[in-house]
Write a new protein. Structure first.
Ligand code: SF4
Length: 305
């Protein structure tokens, strides 16, 4: 079976990473070891490995064709109709991409469930940006929300993420998707905060459902995401929420310093929270080196360092 027409998608302009060429390592059907309630794809029986997949040669040939057609590709994004780390030749593929990519970066979007497998762990170390999901810490929540395949050893996921974060020299970003009445309860949020503190990724993106989900589940409110961001003290939390409400307030310089001590804020946060006068005060603090604007894998944060 030839997959050539469906392996690559884009390139598309992505806000964080520039021009991104997407690679679908499971173009024929959904092959995932999760069956998340919020999945944008239709629900499907979980699998522990991919059985239908394009060859490394096919993927590389499609990437080369895209390089010829498109002058500038900033990032090659490895993804799948399902879970890309279940692609059996991932290590070989990453090595081959690294041989031809020149200045292009590599990014993988994974559900994080295979990080404790030695071969996956080693392969992920070779990718420029690794973005892993972590919706739950407790086994009960993983089983209810992400509906994990029975092959997954849930208790090994967080310890391996901690280990990976310490070993990688590249960018490691976490993503948490909150679903109403599932992982938005105080005890699960506390477990997540403890895990995230230990994992210490460059950034945590928190969001909720914004496309039709596979099963009947509901998004959490913006308020809930903001509550989580405030609980996750000192961590670079990027709230991803469509049409977030503007709640403009006035802040003194001291308020700004204290607020940023508790929680770094993104440019988008500032636009939604600070009135003009407060923004001017913030710029003065940056000029006087009291506050820094730092880039965290494509998202800029104001931080009190
Ligand atoms: S891990 Fe991703 S692809 Fe797999 S079920 Fe969950 S949302 Fe869907």
């Amino acid at each position: 079976m030839s997959y050539s027409n469906s392996i690559t998608f884009g390139p598309i302009a992505s806000r964080r990473f520039g021009i991104s060429l997407g690679i679908d390592l499971s173009p024929s059907s959904k092959q995932c070891n999760f069956d998340c309630l919020y999945c944008e794809l239709e629900g499907a029986k979980t699998v522990s490995k991919m059985t239908e997949y394009p060859s490394v040669e096919e993927v590389i040939s499609e990437i080369k064709k895209s390089f010829l057609k498109n002058e500038k590709i900033d990032v090659i994004t490895l993804t799948a109709n399902g879970e890309p780390t279940l692609y059996p030749k991932l290590d070989e593929l990453v090595d081959e991409i690294n041989k031809i990519k020149n200045n292009t970066k590599t990014l993988i979007l994974s559900n994080g469930s295979t990080i404790y497998k030695e071969d996956t762990f080693k392969t992920l170390l070779k990718i420029d940006t690794v973005k892993l999901s972590l919706d739950c810490v407790s086994e009960k929540c993983f089983k209810k929300l992400d509906r994990t395949d029975k092959s997954i050893e849930i208790d090994k996921i967080v310890p391996s993420m901690i280990d990976f974060s310490q070993k990688t020299k590249n960018d490691f970003v976490l993503e948490i998707l909150f679903v109403k009445d599932l992982n938005d309860k105080d005890d699960e949020i506390a477990l997540l905060y403890n895990a995230v503190k230990k994992i210490n990724p460059k950034r945590v993106d928190i969001g909720t459902i914004d496309r039709p989900p596979a099963y009947k589940v509901k998004p959490v409110s913006y308020k809930t995401l903001e509550k989580v961001a405030n609980i996750f003290k000192g961590i670079n939390v990027n709230i991803v929420y469509k049409n977030r409400p503007k709640l403009l307030g006035s802040y003194s310089k001291d308020d700004i310093v204290q607020t940023l001590k508790r929680r770094p804020l993104t440019i988008e946060d500032i636009e939604n929270l600070f009135d003009e006068e407060s923004k001017n005060k913030l710029e003065e603090l940056v000029k006087n080196s009291k506050i820094s604007l730092v880039d965290s894998s494509g998202v800029k944060f104001y931080k009190n360092l």
